[in-house]
Design a protein around this ligand. Structure first.
Ligand SMILES: [Zn+2]
Length: 105
């Protein structure tokens, strides 16, 4: 994931701390970024497919329903987190607003 404004990489920390995906802020230039949604959708679908596949594997291996669902959820989360750096691309918000630190606006 790189910032389209300053070309520095946006760390996963900024991504996960965001209040929703629309609130990512580049730590290098303070640009407000939002993800390109097709990448997010592809990532979500792949993670969901992997999660349900894992869940059905666990179920067919004889694990109880709750454990199989838990395994599916964990797999979904891991795949989602693992794919994020490859599929998420940011672009600047249309309004070009730059968030300033408190007290400077
Ligand atoms: Zn930047």
């Amino acid at each position: 994931m790189t910032c389209p404004h300053c070309d520095n990489s946006v760390p996963m920390k900024a991504y996960w701390q965001a209040t929703g995906l629309s609130g990512v802020v580049c730590p290098h230039c303070n640009s407000s970024l939002r993800p390109v949604y097709w990448g997010y959708a592809v990532q979500f679908v792949l993670a969901g497919v992997a999660g349900s596949f894992e869940s059905s594997l666990l179920r067919s291996a004889g694990y109880a329903g709750g454990f199989a669902v838990l395994g599916g959820v964990i797999t979904t989360f891991l795949v989602f987190a693992g794919l994020a750096p490859f599929l998420i691309r940011f672009r600047l918000k249309e309004d070009g607003a730059v968030l300033l630190p408190h007290g400077k606006s």
